[in-house]
Write a protein that binds this ligand. Sequence first.
Ligand code: MN
Length: 243
Amino acid sequence: MQEDSISLFISDIHLSESRNDLVTAFFYFIDKIAPSADQLYILGDLFDFWAGDDIETPLTLSVAKHLSALADRGTEITFIPGNRDFALGRRYAKSAKMEIAPSEIILKQEGILLLHGDELCIDDHAYQRYKRWIRNPLILTLLRHLPKRYRLELAAKIKRKSGQSTARKIMDVNEHYTTQYFHKRGVSQMIHGHTHRPAIHHHGNEQYRYVLSDWDITGDYLKLEEGKITRHQFKIADFQSLS
Ligand code: MN
């Protein structure tokens, strides 16, 4: 990464057909704000659910259109899968002109670890058990071969279940485990989403953990420029009149 390059980070947009306001805000962000950046990192849960690359909807097509236009203008787009859209595959990524990253990326020069964040929530035993099962490559391959109707039913079920757990709130990260994680990865900063608890946490001496907001009533993005991270918050409703 060059010295003067600009990177933007977003997560947990949870795009869906039922939230036109989020779609409008997201397209404004992609069309008007993101082109100023060299890199855009989407840290998971871009979509509220993903039942397969072969299930095209007006929403998935228009998201791909806006993202690929951004890539054509010169912004590199990298997607880290979230717990809602982990099934998003190469075919869709290609149509959106974005790279699918593994579950973690380290920006070496700045010592920043990027991740969705669910892997830090180790106290949610039921979720971690489910994750191990559903993210098993064999299971994933099996799921991808199920008829569309079944996959849509399954996605709705996963969404309902995770909706219930949002009602009892997504569990936060395990602090001790997360502090160890900084050492394990040899980084001084982390950027993640998932918990829907925007904040900056201090771990140990000089370690900082930036938590992105989900997009709901408000949203945010982080900007990395000349080694400094800044947060930019906005009201989703503010975008409606602009577009
Ligand atoms: Mn999530």
